[in-house]
Design a protein around this ligand. Structure first.
Ligand SMILES: [Zn+2]
Length: 311
């Protein structure tokens, strides 16, 4: 029965209406914003259902789940939830729509500009210059750098502030079309306020992204450490096993060995770690090589000792 419902759900969105409301709520209350984005791309009917403004509660629920899962900061007041989900979760370039490779060591998002940009699109869609004709339209007491969202990045060789060309073009059109200086002041002040909100929220997103990268790198380090510990344990166990066989052949702990211990000393032989578990015949050969090496080492040590005694 449940299976049939889920079929209706996917193939025919009208089937939604046949599902009890509490079942629908149950399904949607467990989704994350990323799930809703994917759902919205499944087909037209699902898209209009998910993006319907009157269904905004499903986005609210998804972002609440996202917060529990330590996802990106919540939706800023100047954006709709679906638009924010796109900024925070989609992985394609705003310019060319190309799918971008995800690198968990890097914050890929140009948060202030609402998304990701590939290296080909950055030079065409962004600029480090504020055009003089735009500056001329600002009220005289305006600090031009504060008007539009901007991002500081290390360009090759030096640090630079970037603006979106489309932001500049849009504002230029808006201000050029306005005769009244008072109205231009109003528009500019409003833009400065909006920009301040964008910069603030983006800063929070950058902190979040940086902490996520830290978590990822810590996790990698922990895994490496755990593996190293495990490898160390295996190596020690193997050394004990081999030392036991060598004891049967008359070898034991001697002062000249590493830490004065046979098992410890064996671990320092270069090919000891890489040797696989051996058959009885091969382990005999392996042990013979170790005995030859131990004998040579002991001889060298005794010669050195004898030499220093004579000096
Ligand atoms: Zn691109």
């Amino acid at each position: 029965m449940a299976r049939r419902k889920s079929k209706l759900f996917i193939n025919n969105v009208d089937g939604f209406s046949t599902l009890p409301l509490d079942v629908l709520c149950e399904i949607f209350s467990s989704l994350l914003p990323r799930d809703l984005l994917h759902l919205a791309r499944t087909n037209k009917a699902l898209r209009s259902f998910v993006l319907n403004r009157s269904n905004s509660m499903i986005w609210k629920a998804a972002f609440a789940n996202n917060a529990l899962a330590k996802g990106p900061p919540r939706c800023p007041p100047y954006m709709s939830e679906p638009a924010w989900a796109h900024v925070a979760f989609d992985n394609f370039c705003e310019g060319c729509q190309e799918n971008l490779r995800v690198d968990p060591n890097v914050d890929m998002v140009w948060w202030e500009f609402g998304g990701r940009y590939c290296s080909d699109c950055v030079p065409t869609l962004m600029t480090i210059v504020i055009p003089a004709k735009l500056k001329r339209l600002y009220p005289a007491d305006t600090i031009p750098e504060r008007v539009l969202p901007r991002i500081g990045r290390d360009a090759p060789g030096e640090f630079r502030w970037y603006n979106l060309v489309s932001d500049q073009t849009k504002l230029l059109q808006q201000l050029s079309a306005t005769r009244s200086a008072a109205r231009r002041r109003e528009i500019t002040l409003k833009r400065i306020q909006d920009t301040a909100l964008i910069q603030q929220h983006s800063m929070r997103c950058r902190y979040w992204a940086a902490s996520k990268i830290d978590d990822y790198q810590d996790d990698i380090l922990r895994r490496k450490q755990a593996k190293a510990n495990k490898d160390g344990d295996l190596l020690r166990a193997k050394a004990e096993q081999v030392a036991k066989r060598l004891r049967a052949r008359g070898w034991g702990d001697e002062d000249w060995m590493v830490n004065g211990m046979l098992a410890r000393h064996l671990q320092y032989y270069p090919d000891f770690e890489n040797s696989k578990s051996l058959t009885a015949r091969l382990s005999r050969e392996f042990d013979d090589r170790l005995v030859a090496r131990l004998t040579a080492d002991r001889k060298k040590y005794l010669q050195q000792e004898g030499g220093s005694d004579n000096a």
